[in-house]
Design a protein around this ligand. Structure first.
Ligand SMILES: CC(C)(COP(=O)(O)OP(=O)(O)OC[C@H]1O[C@@H](n2cnc3c(N)ncnc32)[C@H](O)[C@@H]1OP(=O)(O)O)[C@@H](O)C(=O)NCCC(=O)NCCS
Length: 135
């Protein structure tokens, strides 16, 4: 298992992985959108490879105060083998290196089954109201 920073050459493979893992993609998940993301903390956006195949990916972001975890996914064929855990540990290491003290994430309501995974990784829920607006 090898970590490698995401590059735009990985676009098709990573979009395919996210879709197969059941993530909801948005209008930001285009080649242009991911290119924009790479202009900021690109070291937090990485893939996991095995035998040259991408089997996991995560898009971390650091806003200078909090770290955010986006689009974490492990290939369904490789789930349940601690790869998700390893990715979280690697991402936390990279966040700490940037001086980040707290990491947040959001779970889509229709994906609440994944909450148990994050609890095992040490995350807790908080009673907040999430608001958003496309501009
Ligand atoms: C969530 C996901 C990344 C977990 O990756 P994974 O490699 O399958 O998980 P791991 O094997 O590292 O699991 C680590 C621990 O979490 C537990 N776990 C994994 N998925 C879980 C779940 N859905 N509910 C409760 N516990 C879970 C495992 O049993 C394991 O526990 P253990 O230490 O007691 O053995 C993966 O299932 C996935 O890609 N899901 C679809 C995409 C998704 O929902 N991403 C999150 C978006 S917010």
């Amino acid at each position: 298992m090898k970590y490698r920073d995401f590059t735009l050459n990985d676009f098709d493979a990573v979009i395919d992985l996210w879709k197969r893992a059941g993530l909801i993609l948005s209008r930001s998940d285009t080649m242009e959108g991911l290119e924009k993301k790479l202009k900021r903390d690109s070291e937090l956006f990485f893939v996991v490879e095995e035998d040259g195949r991408i089997i996991g990916a995560v898009m971390g972001c650091y806003d200078g105060r909090r770290g955010w975890i986006n689009h974490l996914a492990v290939d369904p064929e490789y789930q349940g083998r601690n790869i998700g855990r390893e990715i979280i540990m690697e991402l936390e290491k990279r966040f700490k290196k940037l001086g980040c003290e707290k990491v947040n994430l959001l779970i889509e309501k229709n994906n609440c089954k994944v909450q148990g995974f994050y609890e095992k990784m040490g995350f807790k829920t908080d009673e907040l109201i999430f608001m958003e607006k496309w501009i």
